[in-house]
Design a binder for this molecule. Structure first.
Ligand code: NHR
Ligand code: GAR
Length: 210
């Protein structure tokens, strides 16, 4: 039986697309957006994936929205919930229901630059290497156990947009890889660190293009 995946997003949906098109042993059973006009939601609809809009603007507070979100997710009985450009902090009650089967991709080499505007901040700090991280989500924002990371060089003439584009290409490599490992039951979470079962594969990726 293949791994049932629910994808949460807020925007463009390029990571959804990368996961959907990677030939993974998974079934995307729902795509849910907190923004009804998200391009990623339209893409899901056009490609026959069950697409659900849950407008966060219509809820009184974070707890009320997250309760409805959790209910909607559970209807689809997922083995895994994937945050793919999902832009709302999730409440501790929500995390409690899904911890251990909740992955996020974050556009920095964590623990550097948690939070938002990561590419601007990387450039402002003058770092020479930047990248992205797939991690299990915990109640502590952008601090959950790391599954895989990819690094990219920072160039002297980079703008936040050029750097973001270079990082995004790596996101599209490592997120499908992480989902595949999860689906194969290969991710072993021990004392806050994730190891890969039955393999000598590296959990870090260096750019083969830039
Ligand atoms: N929730 C928990 N509890 N833990 C994490 O690690 C989470 C999470 C929810 C989302 C993704 C994350 C990222 O990769 C993520 C990780 C949104 C914000 C944020 O500040 C921060 C981090 C992430 C996503 N959002 C604002 C908020 O008040 C809203 C910003 C907006 O709407 O533009 O929710 O970076
Ligand atoms: C990606 O770069 C992802 O890492 C980032 O938003 C982009 C979504 O792109 N996520 C966050 O910043 C989470 N706060 P996409 O919609 O094309 O996948």
């Amino acid at each position: 039986m293949s791994c049932r995946v629910v994808v949460l997003l807020s925007g463009r949906g390029s990571n959804l697309r990368a996961i959907a098109e990677a030939g993974l042993p998974v079934e995307i059973v729902a795509v849910i957006s907190n923004r009804p006009l998200a391009a990623g939601l339209a893409w899901a609809r056009e490609h026959g994936l069950p697409a659900v809009a849950l407008d966060s603007a219509e809820f009184a507070d974070r707890e009320a929205f997250d309760a409805k979100l959790a209910e909607e997710i559970e209807r689809h009985q997922p083995d895994l919930v994937v945050l793919a450009g999902y832009m709302r902090i999730l409440s501790p009650a929500f995390i409690g229901r899904f911890e251990g089967r909740l992955l996020n991709i974050h556009p920095s080499l964590l623990p550097a630059f948690p939070g938002l505007k990561t590419h601007e901040r990387a450039l402002a700090e003058g770092v020479k290497i930047h990248g992205c991280t797939v991690h299990f989500v915990t109640a502590r924002l952008d601090h959950g156990p790391i599954v895989i990371q990819a690094a990219v060089p920072v160039r002297a003439d980079d703008t936040p947009d050029t750097l973001a584009a270079r990082v995004l290409r790596q996101e599209h490599r490592i997120y499908p890889q992480a989902v595949r490992w999860f689906a194969e039951g290969r991710l072993v979470n021990k004392c806050g660190q994730v190891n890969l079962k039955d393999d000598s594969a590296s959990q870090s990726v260096f750019p083969t293009e830039n």
